[in-house]
Structure formats: structure tokens, C-alpha cells
Ligand binder design. Sequence first.
Ligand code: NAD
Length: 370
Amino acid sequence: MILGILKEPSPETRISLHPEAVKVLTGSGNQVLIEKGAGEFAFLSDEIYKEAGASVKTRAEVLDSAEMIFQINPLELEEQKKLSKGKYLIGVYQPLVARDLVKELAETGVTLFSMDSIPRITRAQSMDVLSSMSTVSGYKAVLLAAATLPRFFPMLMTAAGTIAPAKVLVIGAGVAGLQAIATAKRLGAVVEAFDTRPSVKEQVESLGGKFVEVPGAVEDKGAGGYAVEQSEEYKQKQSEMLEKSIIKSDVVITTALIPGRKAPVLITKSMLVKMKAGAVVVDLAAVNGGNCEGTENNKTVTISGVTVIGNSVLPSTMPEDASKMYSKNVQNLLKLLLKEDQINLNFEDAIIKGTCITHDGKVIYEPLLK
Ligand code: NAD
């Protein structure tokens, strides 16, 4: 099969397939084409890709010749329309948000696999890009907060006096949140965490964090690890309990998302004004409207002396490892999609069925058919 790696649109710095993956894929009989300079911002030169067995081409040549095309970010509509029927496309399309783009893509006859739709089942863990990119974001969020905070993270006992450790609150203890807790602990902060899923208490505690308990949460174990909407009464209780933790924290990292919905507002303006001057909020839910009132996506703003960082492209700030992890996830999906160098589409497989968005001229992704 001819596989094609495209250069990502700016400001993306990651690349979809790492040279290590290229070596394996060419080794099993595939041909790999790569757009000139595609790995530049991940510090992976054309030479490194050539050594791994790829051929360097122009974008037009890759789009024209490759049977399976890899680009993390969706292709521009105009480019998408030029793709010939029967090609395969692998990227992150957020089909529930980009409904129109997906519909147009289906009309071209292209088969799209969207990496963010990998089902949350144990067998698919090694393909889960949401988890791997959340790992990067959780880690980097803490480093950003530490670099912005006008105080130390660790407790210091020096000749110039004793410095108390920073207090960090992590809201949403999923993949990003747990990584944030671990990173903040390593830097010496005192960490509290909250989640509407009571089952994460143990995980928070095993990382050295203190779990903020709000009794009465509803948890659906069948929701694939995702949070479910809570009652108004619970939300009120949660808000009161959280406010106490928020106003005594130096740093708050928010990661609370409910798939397909606007992110819940958990830090209101009235809480922000009660926070310590110089405190930092890093809002990882910025792309879905943010968990903090006043968050602006991909901007840093100051509200009543509190720095609110709404950065939703943190994986792109660590392109080397983020690309390696994304690529490994894709490579693991390809183990299901390819038999040696031939496509092997088995729609009986829950991972293939759950990740395939368009096929044979139609949208086939179930959540879009309802
Ligand atoms: P996510 O990005 O959807 O949400 C982040 C966290 O925010 C979640 O823990 C969620 O419970 C929490 N949250 C949502 N609304 C909230 C609110 N109002 N207040 C406080 N917290 C709120 O989730 P995620 O990090 O991608 O993963 C969540 C869980 O799913 C994890 O336990 C993870 O281990 C599991 N998971 C399993 C697989 C798999 O089995 N293949 C893959 C990925 C994740």
C-alpha cells in the first residue's frame, strides 16, 4: 500500500507518523511518501525519514499517489474535495463537532478514520490519542503554571527564611488531571483534586493528592470512563465545596469535559475575584468554552489579578514526544487495518467500526446517524 504523510498546517508542530513507524511500515512491504519538510518542527528532518525508508515528495504528489493519507489536523475543504474515491484518510476530525466537513468528505468517497473516536475499551488503549495527548497537556499545564506563578512550588527552608509550598487544585482527574497531579507533586506542591466520578479518589490518593469529596455524585460505569451530567442540586453543592478549595489555591488546573457538550463552568467570576493575587488558572477545557468564566481559547488573560491561561494546543509545545506518542497510537491502529501491505477492513471489529467515520460515499459513524 502507498502511505502518505502530509505536513501539518501552521501552527501545528507535530507530525502524524514518526520515522520509527515508517521503518516498520516499509519493512512490511508498504511504500511511504512524505511531504518535504513535514517533520521540520518536530526536529525530524527529511534525511531521517529517507533513512527510515520514506521518499520525499511535494504535497501534490503525496495527495495524488498515496492510497492512505496521514495528517493530524483535518484537510482544508478545497483539498479534501480533490481526493479521489477509494482513498483512506487518518486524522483527528472531531466528527461530532465537524459534522459538515465530515458530510462533505463522505461525498468524495474517501474512508475516514478519526483517531479521537477510538472506543474506550481496554484493547484500544494503545491507540487512544485522547489519552496520549492529555498526558502531554496535563504535564505541560503544570509547567506553564509553575513558570507563571510568582511563588515557588516546593517548600524551601533557606537561610533567607522558610517558603511554604504552593497549593495546587486539579479539577477533573482523568488522564490529563492525573498527569497534572503527578507533575505538581514532583515539583513539591501540596495537591488537591476533584472529580464527579468518585471512583477516581483512589487514583488521586495513590499519586499523593487529597480528594475533595462532594457526596451524591452520579457515576455511569458504562459511559466508557466519561463523566455524566449531574443534578442541579449536586452542582450547587459542588460549587460551594469547590469554592473553598479554589480561593485558597495558588494554582488551579481545570480539565473537566463532558464529550459533545460545552465544558461546565466550575470557576465563576465571583470565585476568581476571591482568589489570591498572582494565582494562576490553566484551563485545559478552553477549546470547549472553558471551565473558568472569562477563559479565552489560546489566550492568556488577567482577571482580578489572576492569570487565566486558556491554551488548548499544549501537545504542539512538545512536538517531539507528542508526535512519537500520536504515531505509536496510529501504528497500533494500522495493525488492525493492514494485513502486511493490504487493507483489511473488518467492520465486525468494534475498534474499526467505532473509528471509521465515512466509507463508500456515506457517513457511517453511529453517533452521527441518530
Ligand atoms: P475527559 O477528558 O472526558 O474528562 C476529564 C475529567 O473531567 C474526567 O475524569 C471527568 O470525570 C471529569 N469531569 C467532567 N465533568 C466534571 C465536572 N463537572 N467536575 C469535575 N470533574 C469533571 O476524560 P479522560 O481524561 O479522557 O478519561 C476519563 C477516564 O476514562 C479515565 O479514568 C481514563 O482512565 C478512562 N479512559 C479509558 C480508556 C480505555 O479504556 N481505552 C481510554 C481513555 C480514558
